[in-house]
Design a protein around this ligand. Structure first.
Ligand SMILES: Cc1cc2nc3c(=O)[nH]c(=O)nc-3n(C[C@H](O)[C@H](O)[C@H](O)COP(=O)(O)O)c2cc1C
Length: 287
């Protein structure tokens, strides 16, 4: 069995989770290839794969614009089975409709969706999760990704049912995709902090950053993924009107500390995260 992972990941979360799936599928004897979604990528050889897995981070309750565009560009492939593996910062079901536009584009070309898996990973925008939260979220993914990968291996159906609220929210917040190229023009590097390493330009999946006189200059193709600002080694990049939500720097993902309780879970939607952890094999005590 050949499994092709086509993945977008700005701060590494989705790539890490897809890696867990690939590791398990390889253990089962599958051949796995992973292609990263970037503007300069070559067309993925979907026809050669038995199963396609599309990985992406939820952006404003939707798949990111570059992932939707890639789906629209894929060749027709009748009866090609695909699954979605997505990550988001919060475990809310309002994220459940995020694949709709992409699914519609793929269905028109004959692709058949067999399922969708939603993993929660630390936020790369809005606020920084604590190290304990990052550890718990990563442990939760490690606990359940192997059995979800087994479902892919067995060709099982694992559809996510989106509520009318999720569908409506996805529709309304899709405006973010239209606004991002304009908002992206307001991204700026602080000349005092910038060390001219060029990492932002190298990591931008849209090739939207050019180094000019040693500082990054931002073009009009931003999708707001934050690969530039999240990975900046000196936290030099401000992200325009979204700057209050900026998160900088890789998470540690150490194994969870002994004795973590519900109090160590972020106060924002604490009950929902606690339920997510329970459903993923981590039962946190009250005290
Ligand atoms: C522009 C943008 C919008 C986001 N919107 C959502 C959202 O609607 N819901 C959510 O739970 N997380 C949201 N997030 C958080 C990411 O989905 C989450 O941190 C994800 O794991 C990042 O994955 P990556 O490292 O593979 O890019 C958003 C992040 C960005 C940058």
């Amino acid at each position: 069995m050949k499994v092709l992972f086509v993945v977008f990941s700005a701060s590494g979360n989705t790539m890490k989770v897809c890696g867990l799936f690939a590791d398990r599928l390889k253990e089962r004897g599958a051949e796995c290839e992973t292609v990263r979604i970037r503007k300069d990528m070559s067309a993925p050889d979907v026809a050669a794969a038995d199963v396609l897995v599309i990985g992406y981070p939820v952006h404003g309750f939707n798949a990111p614009q570059n992932v939707v565009d890639l789906a629209k560009d894929l060749p027709e492939c009748k009866d090609k089975v695909y699954y979605v593996v997505k990550t988001s910062g919060e475990p809310l079901h309002v994220n459940d409709a995020s694949s709709r536009v992409m699914d519609r584009a793929l269905k028109k070309k004959g692709y058949v969706k067999k399922g969708e898996f939603h993993y929660v990973m630390p936020y790369n925008m809005i606020f920084r999760h604590s190290d304990d939260m990052a550890s718990l979220l990563w442990q939760a993914a490690k606990n359940t990704a192997p059995s979800d990968a087994d479902a892919i291996f067995a060709g099982e159906e694992r559809q996510l049912k989106a509520s009318p609220l999720a569908v409506a929210t996805r529709f309304v917040v899709a405006i973010e995709h239209k606004a991002m190229p304009y908002m992206g023009r307001l991204f700026k590097a602080d000349k005092e902090k910038c060390v001219s390493c060029g990492k932002c330009a190298k990591l931008c999946p849209m090739l939207n950053i050019e180094m000019k006189d040693g500082t990054p200059s931002f073009g009009k193709d931003c999708i707001g993924c934050t690969a530039c600002s999240f990975n900046c080694p000196t936290d030099a990049i401000s992200i325009g009107i979204l700057n209050g939500w900026r998160v900088n720097g890789a998470y540690k993902f150490a194994p969870p500390r002994e004795g973590l309780t519900r109090k160590d879970v972020c106060a924002y939607w604490r009950g929902v995260y606690v339920r997510y952890f329970r459903e993923h094999g981590i039962d946190l005590k009250k005290k």
